[in-house]
Design a protein around this ligand. Structure first.
Ligand code: SAM
Length: 279
């Protein structure tokens, strides 16, 4: 798909009042379909906080849409000035156009379009890492966003998406990260390359598993740690579990079959990072 944003003059301000403007259509496509995000390498993040996080963390903003309220807000004005100075196109829009872009009745007054950023698995340096969380075929955008946020909160190094995962740049995922997407490295890998990393990992490899025989509170979690989590429906694939050797389990006493993936990741991460986290 061609990228109409590239063709526009960047580092400028443009007023848009029509829903049928090509940029509005392009943003709708980025919100609605992974195909559009993949082809353009762009994604949408809603809200002033996320715009501020993105700019602070040095992500490339293609453009920033400001509704009427945002244009009166000094923080939004500052974000727009920074984005413009870095070459973004600033869009002044009305609430109806913001609604159309985001497909929401009550849209945020700032909407940004950013360039995606992911890393190859070969770029991971275990000697400079705390904990990497590997997710085997994570499907739920809310789970992925919550995990990215928790990885940020505990000072873990990043997230490795193994196999066919939900899109880290989907609007629901980005929203659930609450801005942490802009601070947490995301790696994409196939299973074979990930298993190679496991085989050479110099620290602790711990996979969570419902059949695990090791209480998650007992390992000493020598860093760097590789924490491996299973898919929401099927858990961890057998060959992945075999590659990881240590299978840890979080005890449960009620009738629930398992914990939610993001909750299990959070509980494990807080145990792994316990001695590094002080109030
Ligand atoms: N039906 C799936 C199964 O049999 O594994 C349930 C998967 S569970 C919803 C998603 C992931 O969360 C699991 O693969 C595991 O990584 C983690 N998990 C959930 N509860 C856990 C527990 N009590 N102990 C260890 N890991 C757990």
């Amino acid at each position: 798909m061609s990228d109409p944003l590239k063709a526009k003059r960047m580092g400028a301000v443009k007023q848009i009042t029509s829903h049928s403007n090509p940029i509005v259509k392009e943003i709708k496509g980025l919100v609605a379909q992974r195909k559009h995000r993949t082809q353009s390498g762009l994604f949408v993040a809603e809200g002033l906080k996320l715009a501020t996080d993105a700019l602070e963390a040095g992500w490339t903003v293609r453009y920033l849409a400001l509704g009427p309220e945002a244009r009166e807000n000094p923080l939004a004005q500052k974000a727009a000035a920074t984005a413009k100075a870095r070459g973004a196109l600033i869009l002044e829009v009305n609430t109806a156009v913001l609604s159309a872009m985001t497909r929401k009745d009550n849209p945020q007054t700032v909407v940004g379009v950013y360039e995606q950023k992911t890393q190859a698995i070969e770029s991971i340096d275990p000697t400079n890492s705390t904990v990497w969380v590997a997710l085997d075929r994570v499907r739920d955008p809310g789970n992925l966003g919550t995990i990215i946020r928790t990885v940020d909160a505990v000072g873990a190094s990043g997230v490795i998406l193994v196999g066919d995962c939900t899109d880290p740049f989907a609007v629901e995922t980005v929203r659930a990260t609450m801005g942490s997407l802009f601070h947490v490295p995301i790696v994409k890998s196939d299973k074979e390359r990930f298993k190679k990393l496991v085989a050479t990992w110099p620290g602790t490899v711990a996979a969570t598993h419902l059949k695990g025989s090791v209480d998650y509170r007992t390992p000493d979690y020598r860093e760097p740690v590789l924490l491996v989590m299973g898919n929401e429906q099927q858990g961890l694939e057998q060959d992945m579990a075999d590659a990881c050797k240590t299978l840890i389990r979080i005890p449960q006493v009620g009738e629930a079959d398992s914990l939610n993936l993001a909750v299990a990741t959070g509980v494990s991460l807080y145990e792994i990072r316990r001695k590094h986290l002080d109030l």
